[in-house]
Design a protein around this ligand. Structure first.
Ligand code: NDP
Length: 335
């Protein structure tokens, strides 16, 4: 079968706050961008609940609703959104080529997407502990009592006792959320203080359903395919003393890693995989390729900062196209 070919001035990889903000700006500049949805359309906010710190929503807004609004706004100005899996990229010359399959499991490349400029907004994904029992079922108990998303899976633990691991804002937020369903939430952290913001810590400390277990690490997640999770093998990070702790669910909330594997050995990145950009711009080391959002920002990692860098990437891409005689200057952004 011959592949379908799509040609665009601006191709945006990822549809979280960064990608969709880039799309709003690029479509308003009449660059007719295409957004590739990725495996989690809408990004990380689609698996969260209340977003209380996104400006413009005095009473907060639900994460999925916020992302629906971003999407509708991008589409209103003509952004096209495509749901395919990018298997590999060729950034050696412009137009760049993205090789797309229908889905991750498919063997066949069905579409070649040719991009004069590429904006990478592939975001970040949850990190795992890397202990036995955590692997996805059927090998381990992943999806069968082990999860990295309380808002997705908390509902299944109504009346049960669960463990959550981590000491950042995500762990605090997810522990609070889990108390809506679980009868008891044991929050295990490897140190004796949290790195989460004070306000989130205070909410956790004030919640009777949350038990905090300091200096606690996890060695293994115990259970069977039939029974699901039955417990965790834990150890004291000070004394190394081991014990078993009964539980029916394990939620891992220990941070995220950038989704940049596609660009390994092609684009400059730091040791964790965050894409490097030049100075105050969103330019990567390949001319015409820009990076924004959580794929590029290891420091702030907020929806509002991702949206901000998405805007910057779109303006940088537009400026690049104008400088190469491939677009006319847009007066709206006044650069
Ligand atoms: P963080 O990196 O802030 O925290 C990760 C936590 O997991 C740390 O406490 C860390 O421990 C622990 N950890 C990391 N690796 C391991 C491991 N292998 N085993 C055991 N524990 C481990 O990630 P978050 O996802 O919590 O937050 C990311 C960013 O998003 C932050 O900037 C945060 O403020 C923001 N955020 C904001 C929210 C809000 O405002 N509503 C909600 C959620 C996130 P240690 O402390 O010892 O390093």
């Amino acid at each position: 079968m011959s592949e379908k070919e799509i040609n665009r001035k601006v191709v945006i990889l990822g549809s979280g706050p960064a990608g969709l903000t880039a799309a709003i700006y690029a479509s308003r500049a009449q660059l007719e961008p295409i957004v590739i949805d990725g495996p989690q359309p809408g990004g990380q906010l689609t698996i969260t609940t209340d977003v209380e710190n996104y400006p413009g929503f005095a009473d907060g807004i639900m994460g999925p609703e916020l992302m629906n609004q971003f999407r509708a706004q991008a589409e209103r100005f003509g952004t096209e959104i495509l749901n395919v899996w990018i298997d590999r990229v060729d950034l050696s010359e412009r137009p760049f080529t993205l090789y797309a399959k229908e889905s991750q499991d498919s063997d066949e490349i069905t579409t070649l997407i040719k991009a004069e400029t590429l904006i990478i907004s592939t975001g970040a994904s949850a990190k795992w502990l890397g202990v036995p029992g955590e692997e996805p079922a059927p090998v381990g108990l992943g999806g069968n009592g082990v999860s990295a998303c309380a808002t997705c899976d908390g509902f299944f633990f109504r009346g049960k006792e669960v463990v959550i691991v981590g000491g950042g804002d995500t762990a605090m937020e997810e522990a609070m959320f889990l108390t809506r369903f679980a009868s008891k939430v044991s929050l295990m952290h490897r140190r004796d203080s949290f790195r989460a913001s004070k306000i989130m810590q205070e909410r956790v400390f004030a919640n009777d359903k949350i038990e905090i277990m300091w200096n606690t690490g996890i060695k293994e997640i115990l259970g069977t395919k039939e029974a699901g999770v039955t417990g965790v093998k834990i150890f004291n990070t000070q004394s190394n003393e081991e014990s078993e702790f009964p539980t029916q669910g394990v939620f891992v909330a220990i941070g995220h890693k950038p989704n940049t594997d596609l660009f390994k050995d092609v684009l400059e990145m730091d040791e964790t995989g965050y894409l490097k950009t030049e100075g105050r711009t969103m330019k990567t080391n390949v001319e015409g390729v820009f990076a924004c959002g959580d794929a590029q920002d290891s420091y702030y990692r907020q929806a509002i900062t991702a949206a901000g860098t998405g805007c910057m990437a779109a303006i940088d891409a537009e400026r690049f196209l104008v400088e190469h005689g491939e677009a006319v200057k847009n007066t709206e952004t006044n650069w």
